[in-house]
Design a protein. Structure first.
Length: 261
């Protein structure tokens, strides 16, 4: 039985490509669009001497988030949401996910399985905090992925990152509830959004986003976003495994203090 050409796009084997296939599991199409965006982003990275080495297969799927990457063995699977394919954010998503791939291949402490095992031994958080802390830890990884993603988009005058993260902060205001740790987790997301923009020179000290994030904290009954934004903005570029564990413990302490205040 033949495949629908819009649901499965195999890359011709003229030379060994990094992107080996794009599969549409959503039934909405977009395989050629994903391939073209991937190749454009890869070319931008190559201009900075950065290249993903492991083979990548991409899947278009229905999912709540914009996308994700699963790395195992010596290969990556890139999951692209239907929403990303149909938006103007596809290249930005791929640049972000390619940042995760590069960090994994380079063995960066934030994407290293041995370091994860050390974290499981040395970082202690309350059971009630696991969901919030997991998301906040993922944002550490996102910072390091975006250090690459911002690099390839930093010269084109693109303000989509500001618009994207400002929507996060606006959206979190409507998600605030009575669960203390859930609110702290949302504050960590606000801190990540602000810290990421600050880290890359996309946020001024008097930007109204600060007040919106502080208003979230006031309504939730704690003050955490300033410390969280500072934490994410100042993460060291290439920490040793031990230093990275220390950083993660710092995050756990900031969040625990907010939840206990």
């Amino acid at each position: 039985m033949s495949e629908d050409p819009q649901s499965f796009f195999r890359i011709p084997r003229v030379a060994r490509p990094v992107l080996t296939a794009v599969v549409d599991r959503s039934g909405r199409g977009g395989t050629r669009k994903v391939k073209a965006a991937f190749e454009e982003v890869a070319a931008r990275y190559a201009e900075h001497g950065l290249r993903v080495s492991w083979p990548v297969s991409a899947e278009i799927v229905s999912m709540a988030i914009m996308g994700a990457t699963k790395s195992s063995g010596s290969s990556h699977t890139l999951f692209v949401s239907v929403r990303a394919v149909e938006s103007g954010l596809l290249d930005g998503l791929i640049a972000h996910e390619m940042g995760h791939m590069l960090r994994t291949e380079l063995g960066h402490a934030s994407h290293n399985a041995e370091v994860f095992r050390a974290l499981s031994r040395e970082v202690r958080i309350p059971r009630a905090a696991e969901g919030a802390f997991s998301a906040a830890f993922n944002h550490i990884q996102d910072i390091y992925a975006d250090d690459y993603a911002f690099l390839v988009f930093s010269t084109d005058g693109d303000d989509r990152a500001y618009e994207f993260f400002s929507q996060w902060i606006e959206g979190n205001a409507s998600m605030r509830g009575r669960n203390r740790w859930k609110n702290v987790g949302l504050a960590a997301t606000n801190g990540f959004a602000l810290g990421n923009l600050l880290r890359h020179g996309r946020l001024s000290k008097d930007d109204p986003l600060w007040e919106r994030a502080h208003a979230f904290d006031r309504e939730a009954g704690f003050e955490a976003v300033a410390a969280l934004a500072d934490f994410y903005a100042k993460l060291p570029e290439d920490p040793s495994p031990a230093a990275f564990v220390t950083q993660v413990n710092t995050l756990a302490t900031v969040m625990t203090r907010a939840a206990s205040s």
